[in-house]
Design a protein around this ligand. Sequence first.
Ligand SMILES: Cc1cc2nc3c(=O)[nH]c(=O)nc-3n(C[C@H](O)[C@H](O)[C@H](O)COP(=O)(O)OP(=O)(O)OC[C@H]3O[C@@H](n4cnc5c(N)ncnc54)[C@H](O)[C@@H]3O)c2cc1C
Length: 516
Amino acid sequence: MASTRSAWDEIVIGSGMGGMVAAAALSRLGHRVLLLEQYESLGGQTHNFSRDGFRWTAGIHYLAAMGPDQREKAILDWLTDTPIELAPMGTVYDTLHIGDAPPIQLSRPTEAQKLDLKEHFPDEGAAIEGWFQAIQAGRKALETIIRARSLPVAVGAVSKWWRRAAIRRWCERTTAEVTSELTDNPELAAAFSAQWGTFGGRPGTASFAFHASVIGSYLDSGGFYPAGGGSTIAEHLLATIRAQGGEAHAGVTVEALRMENGRVVGVTTADGEAIAADKVISNIGARETVDRLLPEGHGQQAWVDEIRALGSNICHFSLFLGFCGDIEAAGATKSNHWLYPTGETDAVWTDVSNNVPPAMFVSFASLKDPAYDPGPDRKHTGEIIAWADWSTVARWAAIPPGERGEDYHDFKSQVEAALFAQFETYFPRLAELVVFREVATPLATAAITGHTKGAFYGLDVTPKRIMSDALRMKTPIKGLYLSGQDVVSPGIPGALWGGLLCAVSIDPKMAVHLGG
Ligand SMILES: Cc1cc2nc3c(=O)[nH]c(=O)nc-3n(C[C@H](O)[C@H](O)[C@H](O)COP(=O)(O)OP(=O)(O)OC[C@H]3O[C@@H](n4cnc5c(N)ncnc54)[C@H](O)[C@@H]3O)c2cc1C
């Protein structure tokens, strides 16, 4: 790596949304930032990849809170010289298929969604009203906790104490507890909790505040998709970093933090290069930071233990699909689809020999992207995802790729067949247009993103995580900061806020640019 200076204001480790946003925000304030990424391309889970003339984005199917009048969009515009083009998905952004019941379409804005649900469940008007009130209250409660993490400890503690009743009610209870208080209609309860895969929090164990915050953020304006796919986000944000004299390098693994006199003073890369900085921001995940980067003698064992006590989020299998032909005529839409073949929504795939994954998600990303050119063959892309448990692949985790043997090959074939069979069941006419398929397992996620146990959403979203003081952006180790989804919530908007609030913790001048 050819870095043109020996010392930086900040080094950011990991080029996901949170790392890029923290780096771009600090660059806007005049800091010179070095961004280091272990993977071969920059952008973390926002990166695009191609096969046989088809293109996918690794970790974006829709973006919330990106309406023209929304705060997150205004902040993104401030971070970039030219705006990132975000295309609306239209009125309906999610379609729920729960057991054999007729599909339920989820539309924006809130009032439209309420009306649709009330038509679907005519006897449940009060429960539906109560649900939307709970979502607003849950979002506010999470906001209190997150803001407190970026404030000085005493100020944050007072703001949490002031709102302690709301925090107890919405953060410390699970989605299932809140849902069961509102309705005993199992189909409605399933509809309330069906989008849990947007942040990985199963209804029985997730803090309701995460559920409210993530699914609630789609209600005002629906979903948006970046024109050109997720990589356009990196192109825009990296330009801001470089314009200020910063640099961003892919293919550079940070091996350790360098500490002197109890303070982080830089990093050492896997190539043995020592790079100095006033401050270091880790965007690789809180657990990954304490497990992989901290040197001996850091002096903050209680903080490390508290992070290690938080579990990992779910992992997933993907089947990437390439189509040739008129996929809209065959039934594809911009709306995503949530598939629950048995009607049970609180489930993940634990046993691949049971070839019906209990919880899946389908998206046709190329239809959402106005910059996508399908060409004369009308080439389009889709993806079917099954939410899963790491135990499905754990036995091969310690074996390098290429050496995993015939049984792993058979396992992948079994996964591919199971996912494609489900795709054929729900979308028979589209299945006939498939000309390309490739399966990805949680082992690929672990290798590409570095996330422990393939947990692409980071830490588990339990009440324990929400209440943990260990996830502050400014860590107890001097000079070390955390950014990204683990300090706020899973998803691109969560990672964006993780980057912004990390920047505020380093340079309070950032606060005036947050609005609201
Ligand atoms: C299949 C899938 C679908 C998704 N769909 C959506 C969606 O529709 N909408 C949405 O909002 N979110 C979605 N997400 C989630 C979203 O992509 C993530 O929540 C978000 O990108 C996390 O951003 P981050 O910056 O916190 O971390 P990441 O993007 O995970 O970035 C961490 C980076 O750190 C790097 N790194 C790790 N260790 C090191 C090291 N030692 N040295 C240098 N670099 C290192 C990694 O390579 C990685 O690039 C999806 C994710 C997946 C996988």
